[in-house]
Design a protein around this ligand. Structure first.
Ligand SMILES: [Fe+2]
Length: 467
């Protein structure tokens, strides 16, 4: 482990130049799963995002070998990627490993070459030969950036070196893989004794924000791949340690899964705990795929290469943290904004019930309209999703999840697209507030208002789109 120093030295080909830890971090980039044999165009978007630091969350190469000369050659290839070289010129890079750069798919404590592999990993990230990290078992590390009041503690976990073997379940019908199941053995460990003790010490150090870098997902628990939940006792131990040390400001970052998503649990550490997963830099599915089940998902990006970005506005009285996922060209795909004060022990309630939107006089909200079947009403509502076509019928829905029974559908017939809306498209209505007058009716399971005259429909105001 590295002692706190004013400068973190990262010097070799794979790593970047000296980093000043006295300056506050305002833009933190991160990502995982970069195959050295495939193109890595995403680095250009990452560099354009101007991160102050970049965190590699594991599977930084696909090494997958017990032959260290093979692993070394693959690291050399990754170091030569032009986009990655550009990143090294603009910011320091910190890293943990996952299974593929460790050396073996899904491996843990049993991987025979772990000590040799660790030295190659440290070489790649420019850790000096006389660093204590060279003799430490495992690659865990912690560095704090910024002055008091603006400190970001980056806690880098090693989920490979000590981790007990995984347990396999049975493949049920229709499953395309054999899932892992919970290992509830009393001595099963994820972090190992020394790292647990070290982690407790880190949680007791002062910081405003703590980024908990975990190569595999901390919160998602419904899929059968690698995750903390394969060791339920260890996950609970982590939650309890956070509660007991009253460590504030924790946000988990994870990779590994070849998708991006934001997950959250409300009631495990005394304040909302987020896990922002970004994977892969070039290893995500390139074509559409459905979301997998995750009861804790806040938002997701089930396919497409991606990277993560956290921005912190320290100038605000209550600093604002923006959790972001961006795609291969830097477009924003997931964003959640939090006030820093939310990540304080004792702040349990987060699932704030959605406030009933205020509507103008003479109008009612869509939820109220659901109760007025057969009545003529004027509804004012934000259009959260649009379906169908002008030629047949266009559906303007009050909820994103338009099949929900809580969603009101405004069904615009072709006749509604006269002069006023002749050039209308879905974008004309999406995210806008509209006012509609008509009779509430039902069609199959949904509740609707049919519009066949443009006079029934009015766009009231544009809801500004989020960044
Ligand atoms: Fe992995």
């Amino acid at each position: 482990m590295r002692r706190f120093t004013a400068f973190v030295l990262l010097l070799t080909a794979g790593a970047s130049s000296a980093a000043d830890t006295s300056k506050p971090l305002t833009r933190i980039g991160f990502g995982s799963c970069a195959h050295q044999e495939k193109p890595q165009p995403i680095w250009d978007a990452i560099v354009a995002s101007k991160p102050d630091i970049f965190l590699c969350l594991g599977d930084n190469i696909y090494g997958d070998s017990e032959d260290m000369s093979v692993l070394k050659a693959k690291y050399d290839k990754a170091a030569a990627v032009p986009g990655y070289q550009k990143l090294l010129k603009i910011c320091p890079v910190l890293a943990t490993w996952d299974d593929h750069d460790y050396g073996k798919n899904d491996a843990g404590v049993e991987y025979a070459q772990k000590d040799q592999s660790q030295q190659l990993f440290l070489d790649f990230y420019g850790i000096p030969k006389d660093s204590p990290k060279r003799t430490q078992k495992g690659v865990y590390d912690s560095v704090t950036y910024g002055p008091e009041g603006q400190r970001v503690q980056i806690i880098i976990l090693d989920l490979r070196y000590f981790r007990s073997p995984l347990k396999r379940g049975k493949r049920s019908e229709g499953m395309t893989y054999t899932p892992y199941i919970a290992n509830n053995d009393a001595d099963a460990t994820v972090l190992g004794e020394a790292q647990w003790k070290w982690l407790e010490d880190q949680f007791k150090k002062p910081a405003e924000v703590r980024l908990l870098v975990s190569s595999v997902q901390l919160i998602a628990e419904d899929h059968g791949f690698e995750k903390w939940m394969n060791f339920p006792g260890e996950r609970e131990k982590l939650f309890k340690m956070i509660r007991d040390t009253k460590a504030n400001g924790i946000i988990a970052l994870s990779g590994d899964r070849h998708l991006a998503e934001l997950s959250q649990m409300t009631d495990v550490v005394g304040y909302p705990l987020y896990d922002l997963t970004s994977s892969g830099l070039n290893q995500a599915s390139k074509t559409w795929r459905a979301s997998e089940k995750n009861r804790h998902r806040v938002s997701g990006m089930p396919w497409g290469d991606n990277y993560g970005l956290i921005t912190i506005d320290w100038a605000a009285a209550d600093p604002t943290i923006s959790l972001q996922i961006r795609d291969v060209v830097g477009e924003l795909t997931i964003r959640e904004q939090l006030p820093l004060s939310l990540l304080t022990p004792g702040k349990r309630a987060v699932k704030v019930p959605e406030e009933e939107p205020k509507v103008s006089e003479g109008s009612i909200a869509p939820k109220a309209a659901l109760e007025k079947i057969g009545d003529k009403v004027t509804v004012e509502m934000k259009v959260n999703s649009v379906g169908g076509t002008k030629e047949k019928r266009m559906f303007l829905n009050s909820l994103k999840n338009f099949s929900s029974k809580e969603s009101l559908a405004i069904v615009c017939m072709p006749k509604a697209f006269g002069d006023k809306y002749a050039k209308a498209t879905a974008a004309t209505f999406l995210n806008k507030t509209i006012r509609v007058t008509g009779v509430v009716s039902t069609f199959r399971d949904s509740i609707q208002i049919v519009v066949d005259d443009e006079k029934q429909l009015e766009i009231v105001e544009a809801t500004p789109a989020k960044e």
